[in-house]
Design a protein around this ligand. Sequence first.
Ligand SMILES: Nc1nc2c(ncn2[C@@H]2O[C@H](COP(=O)(O)OP(=O)(O)OP(=O)(O)O)[C@@H](O)[C@H]2O)c(=O)[nH]1
Length: 205
Amino acid sequence: MFETRPDRKHEVALLGRSNVGKSTLMREITGHTFDTGQRPGVTRKPNHYDWAGEDFVITDLPGFGFMKGTPEDVREQIKTDIVHYVESNADNILAGVLVLDGKAAVDIIDRHSGPDEIPHTVELYHFLQDVEIPTVIAVNKMDKVDDRDGRLDEISERFGLVPPWKQWQDTIAPISAKRGNIDTLNDAVRTHLHAAKRDDLFQFF
Ligand SMILES: Nc1nc2c(ncn2[C@@H]2O[C@H](COP(=O)(O)OP(=O)(O)OP(=O)(O)O)[C@@H](O)[C@H]2O)c(=O)[nH]1
């Protein structure tokens, strides 16, 4: 299902449930227009974006989870394809950005938590850790959240990061892509690239 990636060695991968705002975030990062809209599940293939003269791509992976009108087996396939894509490209993925909808994430995670069930978002975070990709959780749509610190503490906890969230600012980045507030994400990603001594490759962050 996935198209061949462009011939660039390094990349930063954006992952998240459908409709969390990945395309909006891509547009904000790159200044280019992407296919965004009200209709969940618009992004079905990885969208690679690269800068002229730079040796990396940013990859917007398909949204996973519930998509109206999409059968269960297709949704499962999308998730499997994401995992395979990340596994195949892990050596070249400098950082992962897991995007959440700050307004909805806690409810969705709790709804899918149980003795036999790990929510996809949490599962993907742990998977990225397992394949040693430094990951930032970008908590988007913060413009819709009233109790900012309370919500971010709840989110930290769901990912196994002991609150208060403020001690995890390299990992948890509250943003509002639509309003253009993404400095926290830039800072967090830059920290990881510094740690990997790859910031030379990624001048935007
Ligand atoms: N309030 C608010 N809405 C946002 C923000 N970012 C994105 N949205 C809205 O959320 C909806 C989904 O945004 P998209 O960027 O299309 O989401 P996506 O994650 O690319 O969706 P898929 O294509 O399904 O993967 C749109 O209506 C956006 O305008 C934000 O920071 N705040």
